[in-house]
Structure formats: structure tokens, C-alpha cells
Write a protein that binds this ligand. Structure first.
Ligand code: AHR
Length: 665
């Protein structure tokens, strides 16, 4: 038997532990043991197990993933909880300018108002115009191009306008002139490129000014920085790169609550989110801020394409968060049609009505999609109307697209009229201990029940973002899902993205509506939480099959409320790639407060490579978390580990999560 001490191999860590159903927890202080029966396959794992869940929450798109840097570019954004814009919020006057919303000078029916500027006096020395501070700042980097565009018209000779990126309260960093504003609406565009001497910062504003007095109207005032793969109207590269690290296989969108809206009129009306962004009216997110819908249907689909994900569409199913609902076939018919059209927009050929629209929007090739969800958390509809709504949508979608797997948001017992093929379960644990109570949820699930998509889940521990304790509980949960991969087909942590610029204060001006997310950012920086790294560890070590394993003498930990749970959780999987030896993957999570030697015994295997690959994340302080200033305080490290044999001792660091990947010969 060999001894391998991991504590000397890792510095910082976050840990996940999943306790197999057959593990014994004794609390006895003898050395814990994991016995792996490598020739006994428990179940196969869905190769598309891990994906992302997304919606407009925490300024996930506006002020987040969507590359627009200007806040309230259409002036339709409302202040706080108001339902109609009454003043041009997030815009300020420069010089002697008066700002007002003008509903009589609209750009079009979608952007049905404009910003009217009365420039009482203006000169080259004392220009007048508008200023926008972005989403808690405008992130600028050196040697970078920024695309400014806007629609404008003027009364009389307004002269050239000056578009500038300016240090907040300071000097202009880069600017450019735009000429030719006349009596009719016209679109203007200019590229501003920062110099190499610029120090990256978010303390910047955008200004648009004139140097002659007059009257000017503006609409869709926009500044875009670089976008992922240089897509126009595209997405923020650093956030896309972080997400690529999660190796996601699907994207559940557009919600969450965002698909439903507070009212029917505020649902995600997908047809209003396609085509020219200046023809999209925008709408209010149920998370209490304005969405321009610049991030629309096609942008979601291109996001999928760019990260190799399948779209998992969530369709509006006739229920809004305020309780409004419809359940007769006749009343639901237009919404069923809306869903059918939406599916056609995604997977229909360019010869179909909505496939042709997609082609006109720039993507003739249909996307591949295999799952559609009907509604979101309909358990909150206390009227019991979901049974009827689900069966009506199910019947219509199946009739047209029999190949799609349709997901219900409630247990099969709630939809007796139509048995679902798959259920979307949501598991939010309010504290690490609560997550430990969920670790046997799927061990207990009757195998005759429909398959499961865990469409939203997270451990809430640490504020505003998850700490190492949360990450360990997350890992334990993921191990429990993999262990039950015959039932659990897919899983997505939620929410995904959070703008952390203003995490407290009045709800009207907070960037955060829901604490505990996977990825945090402000206008300049971004980082992955320890929970993010757990996801990367599990998704980049996704096996093909789960192997049988059992445990003995597993130590316990006791939560603040006196409950006792096993402190060590694991799952053992095997990856079989054509032409390569199989790799046994031991994913573990140790909630133990001290280093934990564990005896690992492998049977049913011929030869093992003596050196394995070990990825470990640990933190002596379980309350440690990452932040914008310390983005990788808790992060995994990978290195070779020698001394692998059929029996060896592995010392897991206190508070750790890891994956040991052993090659079979
Ligand atoms: O993830 C945040 C919210 O939690 C989602 O919008 C909703 O589906 C759930 O209640």
C-alpha cells in the first residue's frame, strides 16, 4: 500500500463530496476507505450532462454579457419600479443643455420616443450635450476600438457633434467628430480607438456634445467595445471565455422568471427581440429593470453556436408571475402558436416561415435543438392550471416536432393528463447544511418516474457570491447527480452571471437582485467563484459511465444547527475514448476541517498507470471566496501524482474538492 499526501501538493482549494448511497458513515475515528469495483458499471452518463441556465437578472445581459456599454440607450428605461419612462434616466446634461423625453418625435414604432435636447448656449470652448456613465462605469482598455453609433436629427444648423470617451470628472481620452445631422432621422457611426498609454479603468463616461446652440433629438445612442468572435451586436469576450471554461453542452434560456414576466405583457416576447436592434421595443424584466432586448433570440442562439451548446428553449406557457393565467385551448392558442413559431425559428429550414426569418436575420442554417421546456416553476401557479396548460402545449409541440423531448416544470403527479418525458427540478439550498440534506434526493427517486433535468440549483453560502463552503456542498451535490446519472440527465447551476458593481443599497439602483451566482463582474473585470471552479472540474472530467464504489468509516461533520452529515463524498466514473486506455476518475469533496487520509482500493482492474493526474482546490479557510480584486484566491491546480497502485492512501486536504484521474493499462 502506498501513501500519497495531497496537502503538500496544493495550496488553495474548494471541495465537493458526494456520498454514494451504499457508503456507510460511522463517525469512528479509523481511516476512511473507498472501495472501487472498477469492472462494475452502475450506469451511463449523458455526454450533454452539464450546461448553463440564463436569464436577465443581476444585469446579466444589460451591463453584462451583451456588449453594449451605454445604459438606457433607447431612453425607454424606467426609474425603479415605474412602468413607463418619465425622464431620461442615467443621462445627464453637459453644459447648457436641457434634456426631456419627447413622445412626438419617435424614431419608429418600437423606439417610440426620443431624447430632445435644447442647447441654450454652446461653443467649442463650452459645448453642450449629454453624458452617460454606463453600467456603473464604462470599462476602457488600451489599444482598443469602440464603436459609437446613434440616430439624430436637428432643427436648423446644429453643426458637427463630438463623441468622446472621457475620464469621469476629467479629460477626454479619445473623441471623434460626426457631421451631417439634418432635419430627418439618420444613423451615424464612428470608431474611437484608445491609445496604448491608457490605463485600464472603468471610471469613464461617454459624452455627445454640440458646439452650437439649437435643438437636437437622439435615439439608440450606443457604444460597443470588442465582442467575442467580433460579432456585431455581440457579447463580452471575457465573460464568454469564462463560460467556455465550463465546457457547457446546452443553454437553458430565456429563464427563469424572465420567460414569464410579471405580467403577460412583460413576458419574453421573442418576436420583438429579432432583427435590427433599433426596431426592438425592449421590455421590463421581472427583476425590475429595463431590457433593450439587444440580447434577443438570435443572440442567444449565436451564444450557443459560439460555445458549442445546444439551445434548451423555455417557452412561455400561459402563466405570468402575478398569477395571470389562461388554460382553455382557445385562449392559449395564440401562445401555443408563439411557441411553435419560436421553435421553427430555431430548427426550421430556411424554407419555413420562421426559418426564412432567421435566414434574413443572418443565419440560414437551422440550429440543432433536442429539448424544450414548457413554462417555469409552475408550482407557483396555485390554481392548478398547469396540468391543462402543459398538456395543450405538449400536444401541439409533439404533433409538429415529435423528436423533441418536452420538459415539465412540475412533478409527474401534477400533470395527470399528460405524462412528461422529463421534469425540471430546482434545488436551491439556503446554507451548506441544507444542500447536504439534498444529497440523497435522487438515490430515493423511483426509477419509474420521468427523467430529471436539474434546471436550477446552487448552494447559498457566502455573500454576495459563494465561498468555499458553498463550493464543497456544490461538489457533493454534483457527485450525487452523477451517481444517479440514470435518472439525472442534465444539470445547470443558477443564476449564472452577476454584475457586482452595487450589491447593496436601494433596490432601484442595485446591480444585484439575487446573491450567489457562478460568475461575477463589473464594467472592467470578471472572475469565477469557487463554485464556478467546481463546475469546471466536473465538466472537464465527465465520464462515460459511473463505476460501483462503497465507503467505510467515513467521518462526519456537524452543522451549526446540530445536524450531522458525512464529511466525505465522492463519485467514481470512467472515461473511455476510442484508441486510448480508459481513465478512472475519482471526484471527491471533503468537508472535513482537517487533512483526511483515505485508503483507496481498486478491484476489477488489470493494470494502472503509476502516475495519475490530480486536480485539487482547497482552502484552509472555508469562508474564503474570490473577488474582482482576488479572482483566483480559491482555484484548482493540476499536477501529476505518482505512486498509484491497486491500494494506496490519499490524504485529502482540509476543505477540498478534487479529481484524481487514473489511466488503466
Ligand atoms: O434563478 C433565479 C430564479 O429562481 C429564477 O428566475 C426562477 O426560476 C427561480 O425561482
Amino acid at each position: 500500500m502506498r501513501n500519497i499526501n495531497l496537502t503538500s501538493l496544493c495550496t488553495l482549494a474548494s471541495a465537493f463530496l458526494a456520498l454514494p448511497a451504499n457508503a456507510q458513515s460511522t463517525g469512528v475515528a479509523s481511516q476512511p476507505e473507498i472501495h472501487i469495483t472498477a469492472d462494475r458499471v452502475k450506469t451511463r452518463i449523458n455526454p450533454r450532462m452539464y450546461g448553463l441556465m440564463t436569464e436577465e437578472i443581476n444585469f446579466a445581459y444589460e451591463g453584462g454579457l451583451y456588449g453594449e456599454l451605454i445604459r438606457n440607450r433607447s431612453f425607454k428605461g424606467e426609474a425603479g419600479y415605474a412602468y413607463q419612462a418619465e425622464e431620461p434616466v442615467y443621462w445627464n446634461a453637459v453644459g447648457a443643455a436641457e434634456l426631456a423625453l419627447d413622445r412626438n418625435n419617435k424614431l419608429n414604432d418600437a423606439l417610440d420616443l426620443s431624447l430632445a435636447l435644447t442647447l441654450k448656449s454652446a461653443s467649442p470652448e463650452q459645448p453642450a450635450g449629454i453624458r452617460n456613465g454606463g453600467y456603473w462605469g464604462i470599462g476602457l482598455k488600451p489599444d482598443t476600438s469602440y464603436t459609437v453609433s446613434f440616430y439624430a436629427k436637428a432643427e436648423g444648423e446644429i453643426g458637427p457633434l463630438l463623441a468622446s470617451l472621457v475620464k469621469a470628472g476629467g479629460a477626454s481620452l479619445v473623441s471623434g467628430k460626426v457631421d451631417g445631422v439634418g432635419r430627418d432621422w439618420k444613423k451615424f457611426q464612428i470608431t474611437l480607438r484608445t491609445g496604448s498609454e491608457l490605463v485600464p479603468s472603468k471610471d469613464n463616461v461617454f459624452t455627445l456634445t454640440a458646439s452650437r446652440p439649437g435643438k437636437l433629438w437622439l435615439q439608440q445612442v450606443s457604444v460597443f467595445g470588442p465582442t467575442y468572435k467580433n460579432r456585431p451586436n455581440g457579447l463580452r469576450p471575457d465573460l464568454m471565455e469564462l463560460m467556455a471554461g465550463l465546457k457547457p453542452k446546452f443553454l437553458r434560456f430565456p429563464g427563469g422568471n424572465y420567460v414569464e414576466g410579471d405580467t403577460f405583457g412583460q413576458r419574453f416576447e421573442w418576436k420583438k427581440t429579432i432583427g435590427d436592434p433599433a426596431q426592438r421595443p425592449g421590455h421590463r424584466s421581472p427583476w425590475n429593470y429595463w431590457s433593450t432586448d439587444g440580447m434577443g433570440m438570435l443572440e442567444f442562439l449565436l451564444w450557443c453556436e459560439d460555445l458549442g451548446m445546444e439551445p434548451l428553449l423555455d417557452v412561455f406557457a400561459g402563466y405570468a408571475l402575478n398569477g395571470e393565467r389562461l388554460s382553455s385551448e382557445e385562449d392559449l392558442a395564440p401562445f401555443v402558436q408563439e411557441a411553435l413559431d419560436q421553435i421553427e425559428y430555431i430548427i426550421g429550414g430556411a424554407d419555413t416561415k420562421w426559418g426564412a426569418q432567421r435566414a434574413r436575420d443572418g443565419h440560414p442554417e437551422p440550429f440543432k435543438m433536442s429539448h424544450v421546456e414548457i413554462g417555469n416553476e409552475d408550482v407557483f401557479d396555485k390554481s392548478g392550471s398547469y396540468d391543462k396548460r402543459f398538456s395543450i402545449f405538449h400536444k401541439a409541440i409533439k404533433a409538429r416536432y415529435p423528436q423533441l423531448t418536452l420538459i415539465s416544470t412540475m412533478a409527474a403527479s401534477a400533470t395527470p393528463s399528460q405524462r412528461p418525458e422529463m421534469i425540471d427540478d430546482h434545488t436551491y439550498a439556503w446554507g451548506e447544511a441544507q444542500m447536504y440534506e439534498h444529497l440523497t434526493d435522487y438515490d430515493k427517486r423511483p426509477r419509474t418516474d420521468p427523467k430529471v433535468f436539474v434546471g436550477e440549483w446552487a448552494t447559498h453560502q457566502g455573500w454576495p457570491m459563494p465561498n468555499m463552503r458553498a463550493a464543497i456542498a456544490d461538489a457533493a451535490y454534483l457527485a450525487s447527480l452523477e451517481r444517479n446519472a440514470d435518472v439525472v440527465q442534465m444539470a445547470a447551476y443558477a443564476p449564472l452571471l452577476a454584475n457586482l458593481s452595487r450589491v447593496s443599497g436601494h433596490s432601484r439602483d442595485r446591480s444585484l437582485q439575487w446573491a450567489t451566482n457562478l460568475i461575477g463582474y463589473d464594467a472592467l473585470k470578471s472572475y469565477g467563484t469557487p463554485s464556478y471552479y467546481v463546475q469546471t472540474m466536473f465538466s472537464s472530467h465527465l465520464g462515460d459511465v459511473v463505476l460501483e464504489s462503497s465507503g467505510r468509516d467515513i467521518p462526519n461533520w456537524t452543522s451549526d444547527n446540530g445536524k450531522t452529515f458525512p464529511a466525505l463524498h465522492w463519485v467514481v466514473t470512467r472515461k473511455d475514448e476510442a484508441g486510448k486506455p480508459g481513465r478512472i476518475q475519482i471526484k471527491f469533496a471533503s468537508r472535513a476541517a482537517t487533512d483526511q487520509p483515505v485508503r483507496v482500493k481498486l478491484t476489477g482492474v488489470n493494470k494502472l498507470a503509476p502516475t495519475a493526474q490530480l486536480t485539487v482546490m482547497s482552502s484552509a479557510n472555508p469562508d474564503a471566496a474570490n473577488s474582482l480584486d482576488e479572482p483566483t484566491r480559491v482555484a484548482p491546480k493540476t499536477q501529476p501524482l505518482k505512486g498509484i497502485a491497486r491500494e494506496f492512501t490519499l490524504t485529502l486536504p482540509a476543505y477540498s474538492v478534487g479529481v484524481l484521474e487514473i489511466e488503466t493499462r
